[in-house]
Design a protein around this ligand. Sequence first.
Ligand code: 6PG
Length: 474
Amino acid sequence: ATANIGVIGLAVMGSNLARNLARHGHTVAVFNRTHARTLAHLEAHRAEGAFVGAETVEEFVDSLIRPRRVIIMVQAGPGTDAVIDQLAPLLEEGDIIVDGGNAHFEDTRRREARLREIGLQFVGTGISGGEVGALEGPSIMPGGSAESYAALGPILESIAAQVDGEPCCAHLGPDGAGHFVKMVHNGIEYADMQFIAEAYDVLSAAGLTAAEAAEVFREWNTGELDSFLIEITAEVLDQVDATTGRPLVELIVDAAEQKGTGRWTVQTALELGVPVSTIAESVFARSASGDRTVREASRGVLTGPDRTLPAVDRQQLVDDVRDALWSSKVVAYAQGLEQIRKASDEYHWGVDIATVARLWRGGCIIRARLLKQISEEYAVGRLATLLVAPSIQAGLAERQGAWRRVVAAAATAGVPVPGFSSALAYYDTVRAERLPAALVQGLRDNFGAHTYGRIDREGAFHTLWSADRSEVQL
Ligand code: 6PG
C-alpha cells in the first residue's frame, strides 16, 4: 500500500479534490464506479502528482496505508450509503471514511453512529468553493471525532484555502457538526445572493443598465462589501449575449432553482426555534420566482406602482443600496451563526463560532472581507447576537438611515425587496422595547385559554373571557 488518502467518486468535485491532494504531495488512490472515468482522470492528470488508480473497491482499499483515509465525493443521498456499504466491510478498526458531499447532518449523525459501532471513524465534512475551490483551495468544515481529526486534519489543512497564513479548515465538533455548519453556510449563501439580486433590481429601477450596475458592484468590491459573490456579480452583469448583443442577465429565465441545502437550513431552524427570517425569505424568494402559475395569474392583473423610484440623486441611491446590502448581510450572518450556536448547544457539539467565521474567510462561496471582522468579534467572547458586537452595532447605526430609505423607496415603487425588508424588520424586532407579541398572547388566551405571563407578577395567568372576565392565576 502506498496511498495516504483515497477519493471515491471522480465527477468534477471529486476529481479536482484528488488533484488538489496530489498537487500537495499526497499519494492519492482514486476509484470511480465507472472505471472509464478513473482512466480518464489518470490520463488527464497523471503529471500533476501521484495517483493510484483502482478498478475495484477491494483494490482501492488495498492501496491505502493504515489508518485508511477515504473521501467519498458522490451525489449526496442514497449514493453515499451505497458506497459506505461497499466500503465498510473491507475496512479495519480506526480507518476513516470522510463524506465530502452536501449531506443532511441528520444522515451524517446516523452514519457516524452506525460506523462507530463497528469501530470505524466517520467524518461528515462540508466542502465549499465549487469546482475551482476544490482544485485550488476550498473551505473545509469537518465534523467527526477529535481522534479522526488528528489523523485527517493535517491532510485537509494542506489542501484548504489559506488566509493570513491560516488554513480555512478546522475541526468543528463531533458527528454532524461539519455538515450542519456547511448547511448554514449555504443558507447564508442564498441570503447573500438574494440581497445582491435585490440591489441590482433597485439599481435597474433607478435606470442603471446592466453594465452600469456591473461598474457599481466592481466599485463595491474594493470596499467593505469585498467578497467573492460581489466580484462574480460584476462578471455576470457584464456578460453580453453573442447573438442578440443584449446583457445576458436580461435573457436568463427569472426563476431561481435550488438543490435543497437552503431549504434544510430553514427546516432545521424551525425545529430549533431560531428565527432565520431573512434566510427563509431568500429560500422563499427562489420558490416564488419559480411559481409560474401564480406569477402568470397575477402579472398585469394585480395593480401597483410601475417601479418608478422617488426622485433621488443617483450617487446617493447607489450609496444607500450599498449600505442596505451590508446591513442585511450582517443580519443574515447573525441569524445563521445563531442557528449554529443553538444546534451546537442542542447536540453538545461545542462548535466555536469564531472558528466557523474564520473558516469562511477564504475558499468558500460566501468568503468576504466582513468575515474577518465577524471572527474577531466572536473571538472576544460569547455574543448574544452578532448585531451587538461593538463594530457591527456601530456599522448598523451608521447605515440604518440608508437601509430604511432603500426599503421605503422600494416599497413605494413596487420593487420587491423581501431580503432587505425582512432583515430590517428583524433588526427592529430585536431592538424593540416592547413587541406586539403581548397582543398575540392575549388572543391565544382568549380563544384557547393558552395563558400569559405578566410584566408585573410571576406566574401564568388566564382571563375568564367568556365569564366575568376576571383573571385567575394558574
Ligand atoms: C459551495 C456551494 C455548493 C453548491 C450548493 C448550492 O459551497 O460550494 O454552496 O455546495 O453551489 O449546492 O446549490 P443550490 O443553489 O442549487 O441549492
